[in-house]
Write a protein that binds this ligand. Structure first.
Ligand code: MN
Length: 209
């Protein structure tokens, strides 16, 4: 049976310094992200057990728990791959053109994404998606890991705005953490996700005009 696995990082825990400290990276990846991987696998087991027993009164609760953990795993896996010690600068090519078309220009896009992250109430993420009906790029404000998402949209680029992502290093100045990320975005990774997402279809004829 396929199960969820904590992915190795493509770089050392210290590789994103000074923008993200090695201690944060270590805890964030090996403890926080791992907990979502384990939680997703465990919740799937609990659902299987409940089905075997015919005891599905708690299915809805388990499914909400499953959404939390799978979404946490997916969002963290994207976040690590979005970042690189050789990152920074600006996107080029098709992704750059799509950002200009859908946000006006790169600076407006950056401001909107940072403001979205900064205004999360409680724990959550700011995310750039490709919305497949219109092929438009949209930014979303995600609560926890899974609430207020756009059904069918694919996340391309995500900012972790949970306190565990920055507090040890930036304490209460989370805007400084969101600014620092722009030195380490791997635009090649984000562009590759954009290109892949463009081939997704929801097969909803007549839903856009
Ligand atoms: Mn996190």
């Amino acid at each position: 049976m396929t199960h969820y696995v904590l992915p190795d990082l493509a770089y050392d825990y210290s590789a994103l310094e000074p923008h993200i400290s090695a201690r944060i990276m270590e805890l964030h990846h090996s403890k926080h992200h791992k907990a979502y991987v384990d939680g997703a696998n465990k919740t799937l087991e609990q659902l299987a057990e409940a089905r075997q027993k015919g005891a599905l009164d708690g299915a809805g609760v388990l499914e909400r728990t499953l959404a939390f953990h799978i979404s946490g795993h997916v969002m963290h896996s994207i976040f690590w791959q979005n970042l690189s010690p050789k990152g920074g600068g600006k996107p080029i090519g098709d992704l750059a053109a799509a950002i200009d078309r859908d946000f006006g220009n790169f600076d407006s896009f950056k401001l909107q994404l940072n403001k979205t992250a900064a205004t999360i109430q409680g724990s959550g993420w700011a995310a750039l998606y490709l919305e497949p009906l219109t092929q438009r790029l949209i930014i979303g404000s995600v609560h926890d890991h899974q609430q207020s998402v756009f059904q069918g949209s694919l996340p391309l680029m995500v900012i972790d705005a949970w306190e565990h992502a920055f507090y040890l290093q930036y304490v209460n100045e989370k805007a400084k953490f969101f600014d620092a990320l722009w030195n380490i975005w791997d635009w090649a990774d984000i562009a590759q996700r954009h290109a892949a997402a463009k081939s997704a279809t929801l097969s909803l004829k007549g839903a856009v005009g």
